[in-house]
Design a protein around this ligand. Structure first.
Ligand SMILES: [Zn+2]
Ligand SMILES: [Zn+2]
Length: 255
């Protein structure tokens, strides 16, 4: 009885919502996509961004026939800070549009969609079942003062729910560092050094950790976080990101 009433109530709310906010594709705005998801054209465009082959060691886009079991040409000669790497896709096309809309145009309605895409990327990883805990690359206090939403912090709970792994804050950002965009590779590495520490009251020693981030351009930030976790005794750290924006990977040489 109560279930029937709840179902009826939810249906009524949904019907009212449909009148007030007619279902539309969150990317192109075309009306009436199935299940309030992306329309078929945008789904196809997103699938193209997701299907670009990448290196499972550093996340960089690779050619369609490149073997990556021991890394790609960009990372093969360097030590691998992360034990494995997955991504939703390349920072291009529909995926880049979704991320830009969420991060820079205040489209908070995309939070769950992007978080679940990140969760799906985790589910595709062969190492997911060995993960003890998921965590994320945190924002600095300057960011929290100036912007409403920190993308990775917002996406992480949705990704963790989708991947059915526990989520815990393991890192804190103690220093903002200059904005990385436009900095040359070596300056990026210097700029990000010392920006992260282990969160208070947390002991990651012995843990197998999955680290989440939104976009990596060179990997300097996410690999600095991997290094901090490993210095604190993490057994292995795997990385999952939304998108890789290309460029040469910056793999710290002392991990
Ligand atoms: Zn669309
Ligand atoms: Zn690589």
């Amino acid at each position: 009885m109560s279930e029937t009433r709840q179902f009826t109530w939810q249906s009524a709310v949904r019907a009212i919502e449909d009148v007030l906010y007619p279902p539309a594709c969150p990317l192109c705005g075309r009306p009436d996509p199935p299940g309030r998801d992306l329309c078929p054209d945008c789904q196809a465009a997103l699938a193209r961004s997701r299907s670009v082959p990448f290196c499972t060691r550093c996340g960089t886009t690779v050619g369609p026939f490149a073997g990556t079991t021991d890394g790609c040409p960009s990372c093969r000669t360097r030590p691998a800070p992360a034990a494995g790497f997955v991504r939703v896709g390349e920072f291009s096309g529909a995926l880049a549009e979704l991320i830009r809309a969420f991060k820079f145009q205040g489209r908070d309605d995309l939070e769950r969609h992007l978080g679940e895409l990140l969760g799906d990327a985790l589910r595709s990883a062969p190492w997911l079942s060995g993960i003890d805990v998921l965590t994320w690359v945190p924002s600095c206090w300057q960011h929290r003062l100036t912007r409403r939403t920190h993308a990775t912090t917002a996406l992480a709970p949705h990704a963790a729910r989708r991947a059915e792994r526990p989520l815990r804050r393991l890192l804190r950002r103690v220093r903002g560092g200059r904005h990385q965009v436009g900095l040359p590779r070596l300056e990026r590495l210097e700029n990000i050094k010392g920006c992260f520490r282990i969160a208070r009251g947390v002991r990651p020693a012995g843990a197998v950790i999955g680290l989440l981030d939104d976009v990596a351009t060179t990997g300097a930030t996410v690999f600095e976080c991997v290094r901090v976790l490993k210095r604190a005794g993490a057994r292995r750290v795997y990385v999952a990101i939304l998108a890789h924006a290309g460029g040469l990977p910056e793999l710290p040489r002392d991990v």
